[in-house]
Design a protein around this ligand. Structure first.
Ligand code: ATP
Ligand code: MG
Length: 266
């Protein structure tokens, strides 16, 4: 064990958890946490510009939905409504039947950049909320994303993919019932992205949060989601279930066929 005073040099010898999806998912106590989400006739306008125009979507608990749509159609705006950062001009967001009014602690957002505090170690970033028992919970979450051995490092020495894994660990610590991911892997190279897909799928199967993934990458949507929806002109214009068994392969003919079908709708 390292007892060095420099946080960047501390190490704890714990076996790193595997990151790939070839581990059988274990449904844990959190699995019941996923909650249903209803988007009911949402309208948002910025001045003259109508962004959401009666958008309606019902998502059952634990479903994994991918949201695709062209730049500027209102995908991030929608996420802000769900987490309670903004209010719709009309319509309602409901979580488990309860209207969202103000910031929702059970909803967590993950962005393209990990948004870690550079002056805090990896462990302290994960446990940033400092709830009772945060250290143990944070170590467990770092184990979940395969980064226990980097707990004492500063964010600056991590790769982009590792930073996103730390951000995922920080999300896991708070046991979200709904996870919103806004283009989380857009800045990563293809191989790292593919590792992150496997990791996200495993964590989702294990923890069971209702998941909304915004992505420009239709192949990512089809690989990961139970259902892909397309936003156009402020509404859901296409809604397709993906029933291809998991784990899915990018080269699978059914995946490729669905991708081109969805792309036609975007
Ligand atoms: N606070 C704001 N004030 C004014 N206009 C805004 C505001 N937030 C978003 N918009 C506008 O709303 C529209 C939708 O923005 P939003 O960020 O939701 O798009 P998006 O689908 O997430 O796009 P991208 O794929 O590029 O991230 C855009 O035209 C944007 O300029
Ligand atoms: Mg956006």
């Amino acid at each position: 064990m390292g007892n060095s005073t420099s946080p960047a040099l501390k190490r704890v010898e714990v076996t790193q958890e595997p990151v790939s999806s070839d581990v059988a998912p274990v449904v844990d106590a959190d699995a019941a946490l996923g909650r249903p989400l209803s988007l009911d006739g949402l309208h948002v306008a910025f001045g003259e510009r109508k962004v959401l125009n009666g958008l309606t979507l019902d998502i059952p608990a634990r479903q994994f939905v991918a949201v695709v749509g062209r730049s500027g159609v209102g995908k991030s705006t929608l996420m802000r409504l769900i987490v309670g950062l903004d209010k719709p001009g009309a319509g309602e967001v409901r979580i488990d039947g309860v209207p969202v009014n103000g910031l929702q602690p059970s909803v967590r957002l993950l962005f393209q950049d990990a948004r870690l505090l550079p002056w805090q170690t990896v462990l302290n970033n994960v446990g940033i909320a400092r709830r009772p028992g945060w250290r143990e919970a944070s170590l467990a979450a770092l184990g979940d994303v395969g980064l226990v051995d980097r707990q004492s490092d500063w964010p600056a020495v991590l790769s982009g993919g590792q930073r996103q894994r730390v951000a995922l660990a920080r999300v896991l610590v708070s046991h979200p019932s709904i996870l919103l991911l806004d283009e989380p892997f857009g800045a990563l190279d293809a191989l790292t992205r593919s590792d992150m897909h496997a990791l996200l799928e495993r964590l989702w199967l294990q923890h069971g949060f209702t998941t909304l993934l915004i992505t420009h990458d239709v192949s990512e949507a089809v690989l990961l989601a139970d259902r892909v929806v397309v936003i156009r002109d402020g509404q859901i214009t296409y809604d397709v279930p993906i029933t291809i068994p998991r784990p899915r392969r990018r080269s699978d003919a059914a995946i490729v066929a669905l991708q081109s079908k969805i792309l036609e709708q975007v």
